[in-house]
Design a protein around this ligand. Structure first.
Ligand SMILES: Nc1ncnc2c1ncn2[C@@H]1O[C@H](COP(=O)(O)OP(=O)(O)OP(=O)(O)O)[C@@H](O)[C@H]1O
Length: 343
């Protein structure tokens, strides 16, 4: 969770805020900068991204310290790390959602070869909720309590596709809700958010993110607030969507169990850095970085006697003599794994 002193209030707090800015359906390729080196299988490339925030005294603090990763077409990439390590800040940066006055970016992010930092306002609106869908952790903060689910979904379609007929808008909404796992989308359209459980609301949010057929879905802790059964159902919905909609997904989580079930590759983040980057099977079989080893050691045991106190990542780092738990310099000078160097 966020520190109170650094609340996300300065960021757009709802998908509704973001959607309401949207206008057209795909990036205007003529106007945006496209790299000639773009690999056709690569959807997103983040290169040496640094993100700084300023406080009210105009003092800047670096939160993301030069991270790089890619997302391939049809791939599910996990970004994992403990609370406050910069996962959400990274995700928001992909859509340039941080407030311009108080956030500074360095490095580059490109989507299908188009440099996101060079996109104009209109192109950026097109990307948000169009080619890139976003699901937040708390669906209630992203929905307007005064409007029916149908009103909110229709609005999302119309902002991107103003020329669609009423029937086409309706069928897009119904299809998106069905794909998000609703068993009765027609009835859901008529209801208000307060009439839904947390799991149903998160399905609505998935539907809203899908509605304009995004190529990339960014899901920021989408199941953290839900109980285990609902969590399993929603993760299955996301897994199925990758196949049925041929989408790539960035799944942000602090849960290595979710990573194991869902992801093809994973980026392990710690204090704004990527410590290890590897296919999921390698991370579990041969974690190389002490921090990754600590994350895995912190998973509660399923069998055997219950320990009095669960191990934390820092317990592990201290026991193993790693200086990662000490300070930022130690992390910057830590030998990164071979996997990171290759990525
Ligand atoms: N707009 C902002 N201004 C200043 N600091 C911020 C801002 N947004 C986030 N931060 C700070 O950046 C750090 C990383 O936050 P972030 O939300 O990315 O963490 P996270 O890894 O997603 O954690 P969680 O899983 O708890 O959401 C935190 O210390 C947070 O307080």
């Amino acid at each position: 969770m966020m520190n109170d002193s650094h609340s996300k209030q300065s960021l757009p707090t709802s998908a509704h805020d973001i959607e309401s800015e949207q206008t057209t359906a795909s990036i205007d390729t003529a106007q945006s900068v496209k790299s000639s080196e773009h690999d056709a299988h690569e959807l997103l490339r983040v290169d040496n991204l640094k993100v700084d925030f300023s406080n009210s005294h105009h003092q800047w603090t670096r939160i993301v310290h030069g991270i790089s990763f890619t997302v391939g077409k049809g791939e599910i990439l996990g970004i994992v790390g403990e609370s406050g390590c910069g996962k959400s800040v990274t995700a928001f940066s992909i859509l340039r959602l941080h407030e311009r006055r108080t956030a500074k970016y360095e490095g580059s992010i490109s989507f299908e070869g188009h440099d996101i930092f060079s996109l104009g306002k209109k192109q950026l609106r097109t990307l948000r909720g169009g080619d890139i869908g976003f699901i937040f952790q708390n669906p209630m903060s992203s929905l307007n309590p005064l409007l029916t689910i149908g009103q909110q979904l229709r609005e999302t379609v119309r902002t991107h596709h103003p020329s669609l007929s009423k029937d086409e808008v309706e069928s897009n909404c119904i299809e998106a809700l069905k794909d998000a796992g609703s068993d009765n989308p027609e009835s859901w359209m008529k209801q208000y958010p307060y009439q839904f459980s947390g799991g149903m609301l998160q399905r609505v949010m998935i539907g809203m993110a899908l509605i304009n057929h995004p190529k990339l879905l960014i899901a920021d802790e989408p199941t953290t607030a839900l109980d285990v059964t609902i969590q399993m159902q929603l993760l299955k919905v996301l897994r199925d969507l990758r196949k049925t909609r041929d989408m790539s997904i960035i799944l942000i989580t602090h849960d290595m169990g979710v990573v194991a079930q869902m992801c093809d590759r994973v980026e392990v983040m710690y204090k704004g850095r990527i410590m290890e980057s590897a296919p999921v099977s390698d991370i579990f079989a041969h974690p190389r970085n002490p921090y990754t080893q600590g994350l895995l050691a912190a998973i509660p045991p399923m069998e055997g006697s219950r320990p009095k106190r669960l191990k934390t990542v820092s317990d592990f780092l201290k026991q193993s003599g790693s200086d990662l738990s000490l300070d930022d310099n130690a992390i910057d000078h830590a030998e990164l794994t071979d996997n990171v160097k290759k990525a």
